[in-house]
Design a binder for this molecule. Sequence first.
Ligand code: SAM
Ligand code: SF4
Length: 334
Amino acid sequence: MTVPLIDPFARTISYLRVSVTDRCDFRCVYCMSENMTFLPKKELLTLEELDRMCSAFVRMGVKKLRITGGEPLVRRDIMKFFQAMSRHLETGALSELTLTTNGSQLEKYAADLAACGVKRINISLDTLDEEKFARVTRWGRLPQVLRGIDAAQAAGMRVKINTVALKGFNEAELFTLTDWCAARDVDITFIEVMPMGDLGNEDRIGQYWSLKDLRATLAERGKLTDLPERTGGPARYVRVDETGQKIGFITPLSHNFCESCNRVRITCTGEIYTCLGQEGHSDLRAPLRASENDATLEDAIRAAIGLKPKGHDFDYSRQEVDGQVSRHMSHTGG
Ligand code: SAM
Ligand code: SF4
């Protein structure tokens, strides 16, 4: 292993999130517009290039690798990439290989993912109502995703449900969703909606629902105890005393988590974003393609980490959304 990646604020970079495609079989209203123009294939890193990129980060000390998108499981031959990455688990260089998925392809791939060493998986699910599910995802169908969740559990993977909190949309389902997760022994994390994509222009779905309010509603039904668990990211956890259920909250807007940030993101075109809330990024594809030797790439990675900003500028406290970034969530993978 080479010298670890440490940014100018003394944060060690140990977590890499990689978007392997900008495409998706859903069109969630808070994430994409209905008529998306996707990138030409030649712009994307090939699976071999993704392997080189991720392996360079692993050599430089990344311990946790999360694959995302777009929808990672719609990328052609993506299982070959998971199989390739599993070698880093076998050597112990990587401690966790995981993914975030909409669940649509899990019926097909859950067993293969588990065989590649994927032990935990995040599956996005905003509602248990079929009609509402079709409305929020536009192209998704709930039964297919539920079968995917079944398949993931049957393959022995620990499932975490990610639910975007949308006022006036899934507000009334708060207890239904948490109880459904508890009954299936899956964890649930609520995500505060971020000012990205077409939010605000769409069917009145996607209004900001503060997780502070959501948490207060949960607390009406049971006592919540804060858990000390920290992931280096924006997630915070509580335990419901009565049931023991663990519930997560991801509040990138109303909570400042930047000081412990341990992560960077790579887009499917090989750009590195060192902060989800900032536009600043650097290109790693050119240095990757410039030479078959990874030295140029590693220099470019170090230079990019050297520019990691101290924090983000999202702020909902004013009337308008400040610090809004124009790119879609599917671009950086959330
Ligand atoms: N397609 C996969 C999925 O949906 O899980 C992976 C990519 S998706 C961009 C990653 C996560 O970002 C999902 O949990 C999704 O709900 C969340 N997300 C997308 N747009 C968002 C937004 N505007 N605010 C908050 N979360 C968002
Ligand atoms: Fe696709 Fe995930 Fe974005 Fe929904 S949130 S459109 S499933 S990438």
